[in-house]
Design a protein around this ligand. Sequence first.
Ligand SMILES: NC(=O)c1ccc[n+]([C@@H]2O[C@H](COP(=O)([O-])OP(=O)(O)OC[C@H]3O[C@@H](n4cnc5c(N)ncnc54)[C@H](O)[C@@H]3O)[C@@H](O)[C@H]2O)c1
Ligand SMILES: N[C@H](CO)Cc1c[nH]c[nH+]1
Ligand SMILES: [Zn+2]
Length: 439
Amino acid sequence: MLNRIDLRGGASDPRHLLPRAQLDVSVAVEQIRPLVAAVREHGYQAVREASERFDGVAPEVLRVPAEVIAAAEGMLDPQVRAALLESIARARKVHDDQRRADHTTQVVPGGTVTERWVPVDRVGLYVPGGLAMYPSTVVMNVVPAQAAGVRSLVVASPPQRDNDGLPDPRVLAACALLGVDEVYAVGGAQAVAMLAYGCAVDATGSAYCDPVDMITGPGNIWVTAAKRLLRGVVGIDAEAGPTEIAILADDTADPVHVAADLISQAEHDPLAASVLVTPSVELADAVDRELARQVPATKHAERVDTALRGEQSGVVLVDDLAAGLRVVDAYAAEHLEIQTADARQWAMRVRNAGAIFVGAYSPVSLGDYCAGSNHVLPTGGCARHSSGLSVQSFLRGIHLVEYTEAALREVASHVVTLAGVEDLPAHGQAVTARFEATA
Ligand SMILES: NC(=O)c1ccc[n+]([C@@H]2O[C@H](COP(=O)([O-])OP(=O)(O)OC[C@H]3O[C@@H](n4cnc5c(N)ncnc54)[C@H](O)[C@@H]3O)[C@@H](O)[C@H]2O)c1
Ligand SMILES: N[C@H](CO)Cc1c[nH]c[nH+]1
Ligand SMILES: [Zn+2]
């Protein structure tokens, strides 16, 4: 069922053999440019028009009232509540532990540089809500921001036709459990634009959503395009688009598990990518048989089938695991599972992946909900240069430079020399002026 790419014999460059889905974000950027400009110019009115057009529903009041958020929590199924609380507790444990401390380096006696980690002031967190609903993504956005100490947090999530134009009730309940009270029923590019530029008035004419300093969170191509377009107006995290899973496996892997894991991520989106990299033809055949058995039985069979048959998904046959490692490194998957003998040893050799899931009992869906790790991860090869969402994403390192008179005097001539080299003598003068005798 999966496309097969045979790299055995080591002939081809792995980078050209695993295309991503035909998602041209730069084309989408041009498509949403007028919408983003309209939101900037007309605010509320433009947001509503876009919601009506793309979501089929446009609530009059974009900000979800506090009592609606509280009621959503009140109506939460107890089992879902317990699962969300467990997810929050584990994520907090990991993220709180990862908060960086300020650090001072004494460069010379009397001269220090301190790196102060300062949280971003106001952050907009996008929670998707098109094909699936993501209360777990509320957790994954909010927990690191709170661990970083962000003072003002706002969540935006698409209005749902079947919930009177409000975001999904489980999304609202997750906000309540995390203490987030500023939530907007806005999705897509219009949400990103509204968060970036702010939105002056709503139907009642009252002051409304203040602009944020940074926007994080995953989304479809329109969300990604808007984030790319507005980078600079606001900070953004890595582009987190259609979900990807790559599995590096040998013949010790269980084909039932491998197939289930490939399906689990294909379920997100017809554009999701599911890739198996293996030196074992027997495993590849067995996984194909398993997919033929499991896919028709899965709830979102049509979506999964489209994703698995897409050119972005497939089995890559390699000579050995070392060659497989080169393939997965070139691919830089959002999620990489290692299902081999000595899985940890192979995992430690991986250079490029958003997150790595080691061994038979660490499936990606554990990380999606309850491992404690973050599930907002770089897609489309961005794992070559970017990390997933973390406490660090919400912190800025500000250098504090503190030199005494003696320490400055000691290095003054070097500053003057370098200023001269760059033909910027006033830079040198700003130092020497401090040591020249005044008349
Ligand atoms: N990488 C991660 O961490 C991560 C986590 C969760 C989900 N995801 C991915 O996020 C994506 C979520 O996508 P989704 O569609 O379900 O939800 P979404 O919220 O990202 O997109 C829905 C919005 O898209 C807008 N839209 C729809 N059609 C449009 C069009 N033609 N033009 C302009 N705007 C349009 C609508 O306004 C709607 O509100 C999936 O690809 C999923 O795999 C990634
Ligand atoms: N696998 C998705 C992208 O990392 C995250 C997610 C949320 N819910 C289920 N899965
Ligand atoms: Zn998932």
